[in-house]
Ligand binder design. Structure first.
Ligand SMILES: [Fe+2]
Length: 323
């Protein structure tokens, strides 16, 4: 990753899915822990409890993953991209909170937006982690822990995983434009990664261990596209509480609860009615740009530190078996 990227993004902002029934999707996402931000003809905006006015955009139409948005650090970064071949001019973002966007398409036709200036929500719900009594660090002396049943509190859109033909080529493409850098590589052979965990380069400021996981499409029958979408929740109770809530609503469970090895998150995965995988996670690694990439053998691909093994269906968009 020696070449200088056009810009260095700060994060991702939201993904765009398309499904044939927005009511059904809204009901699923409410159970998952989101709240309706706004509904317009043919498009649904869902938010979490944090300042972002929306963390998921869903369009009406045949089921498909349409793309996602990166957050730029400055408006000038959008202009810098728009001057490059393949990017659209900078235009206003016609969505809650406004802002500005430019967009391009990757080799598989996914639309990749880069946004800036989306106004935060005026007021947010409580997103503080529940105080814990751990070891000798007692945070709630004299106060019982009481956790009300209900859906998870969704803090933010955290990352996504894409099935791609060549993970190294995909990272090179995203590095050159958006500045992503490698955190960990799972290698089929030296220099042949089948999974590349990549993060935003914020210099001295820590960033999530992965913002995009590029996974080889070998596991998805050579079909590129969405592997999974992932939202950070406020604390560990929100992972387990959310699991109970989703189960009580008869939602389709995919994998979890466990703790990942690479990235270390406590995770739980669910499927929407069309089979897209949505993840809850908390307690992920934070790396600044100085931490070099790690290399790992392929037999670590499915490893969790605890929790169930990865199911063979994971990472592919397939409709749930249950009605
Ligand atoms: Fe994930």
């Amino acid at each position: 990753m020696s070449s200088e990227p056009i810009i260095r993004v700060r994060d991702v902002a939201y993904p765009r899915l398309q499904v044939p029934d927005l009511d059904l999707m809204e009901s699923y996402l409410l159970d998952f822990g989101m709240k309706r931000a706004e509904r317009r003809p043919g498009v649904l905006y869902m938010r979490g409890v944090g300042p972002a006015p929306y963390v998921h955009v869903i369009h009406e139409g045949p089921a498909a993953f349409l793309g996602f948005a990166y957050q730029a650090a400055a408006r000038d970064d959008l202009e810098r991209l728009a001057a490059e071949e393949g990017f659209s001019p900078v235009t206003p973002l016609n969505a809650p909170g406004g802002g500005w966007r430019t967009a391009t398409r990757d080799a598989t036709g996914l639309e990749i937006e880069v946004v800036h200036g989306i106004a935060p929500r005026a007021s947010t719900e409580d997103r503080s982690p529940r105080p814990l009594n751990m070891g000798e660090a007692f945070q709630r002396l004299g106060a019982p822990q009481r956790v009300a049943a209900g859906p998870s509190r969704i803090k933010r859109f955290g990352h996504l995983a894409l099935n791609v033909r060549e993970p190294a080529a995909a990272l090179a493409w995203h590095h050159a434009r958006f500045g992503l850098i490698a955190s960990d590589r799972i290698n089929l052979a030296p220099g042949m990664p089948v999974a590349l965990f990549t993060r935003c380069d914020r210099g001295d400021e820590p960033a999530d261990h992965h913002t995009i996981l590029f996974a080889s499409d070998m596991a998805s029958g050579g079909v590129p596209g969405l592997n999974h979408l992932s939202w950070e929740v406020c604390d560990i109770d929100d992972v387990l509480l959310g699991r109970d809530h989703m189960a009580s609503k008869g939602r389709s469970h995919e994998w979890g609860v466990g703790r990942h090895l690479l990235g270390s998150q406590v995770f739980d995965y669910w499927r929407d009615p069309w089979g897209h995988i949505h993840e809850h996670w908390t307690d992920g690694d934070q790396f600044d740009a100085s931490i070099p990439p790690g290399d790992h053998p392929i037999d670590m691909a499915a490893v969790s530190q605890w929790g169930p093994n990865m199911p063979s269906t994971f990472g592919r968009t397939i409709p749930p078996q249950t009605a």
